[in-house]
Design a protein around this ligand. Structure first.
Ligand code: ADP
Ligand code: MG
Length: 257
């Protein structure tokens, strides 16, 4: 563990002054986001706001040419190995191998992180227990529902014990019950293990009162803070209304979905 890992004042994630363009088109404009440890942060934005692009910069799929991104204090450009080792990611699109078992999917990920086989099996069992799928370990992923597969992706993201977790629209396409189960598991990780979570969504009803809210709109952060501040700044009574006022959009997820 690095010094930053044991220093509680170092945030799980810090993004400072990051911009990004695809050719002529600027999709992120001077974005700054800080997620302290033990915090569930909702990155709220309509489709096209730039959420996935920001995730691609944090995970080094793209290089951030401006600004600075740190995971538990580790700069993703200067010390990418260390930074990515502290990061867990659940991508927007499905990335499990459907023909492998739950356990095999997890062990494969563990091997990529250099974990020995006995330790990897122990962690796989632990992670599957965390997401409530320990009894399905030897089944093929193909047999799972969408919500269960998401839970396996969360389990996989925990195998290397990250301090910061990114989830990109993890509940899209899930029924209400599965959505609640997935979000509940992730909130549990924040409370029990002090993870810093950045949860990208366009679904405003996923915000809880205690969450950190980061509004990303057309590549800019319009707000970062807690619900009372969000309401006060807009004079709104609900988060939905506040989002509408702040972004000047007529409706929210109905349009974005
Ligand atoms: P979100 O995840 O919030 O829906 P994205 O980050 O996917 O938003 O997209 C932000 C903007 O960048 C959109 O206008 C999208 O069309 C554009 N974009 C995303 N990826 C690419 C790419 N690889 N090439 C060109 N434009 C892209
Ligand atoms: Mg996206």
């Amino acid at each position: 563990m690095s010094e930053a890992d044991t220093n509680p004042s170092v945030p799980a994630l810090s993004v400072a002054g990051v911009s990004h363009s695809f050719g002529e088109k600027q999709v992120l404009d001077n974005v700054s986001v800080t997620v302290p440890r033990g915090t569930f942060a909702v990155l709220l934005g309509l489709n096209g706001a730039g959420k996935s692009t920001l995730f691609s910069l944090i995970t080094r799929l793209y290089d951030n040419v401006s600004g600075e991104i740190r995971v538990l204090g580790n700069d993703v450009r200067r010390t990418p190995g260390k930074a990515l080792q502290r990061l867990g990611v659940v991508f927007q699109s499905k990335t499990l191998d459907a023909d492998l078992s739950l356990q095999q999917n997890l062990l494969y990920h563990a091997a990529l992180h250099g974990l020995g086989s006995a330790e990897a099996k122990r962690r796989a069992a632990e992670a599957l227990t965390t997401v409530g799928l320990a009894d399905r370990a030897h089944e093929k992923v193909r047999n799972l529902s969408g919500g269960q597969a998401r839970r396996v992706e969360i389990a996989r993201s925990l195998m290397h014990r990250p301090g910061c977790l990114l989830l990109d629209e993890p509940t899209v396409g899930l029924d209400i019950g599965s959505r609640e189960s997935v979000i509940g598991i992730v909130r549990g990780l924040v409370q029990q293990h002090g993870l810093g979570v950045l949860w990208a969504t366009h679904l405003i009803d996923e915000i809880a009162d205690s969450d950190l809210i980061v509004v990303l709109h057309k590549g800019r952060v319009l707000f970062s803070g807690r619900l009372p501040g969000f309401l006060a700044e807009t004079g709104a009574k609900t988060a939905r209304e506040a989002f509408r006022i702040m972004t000047g959009t007529a409706s929210t997820e109905e349009e974005a979905a």
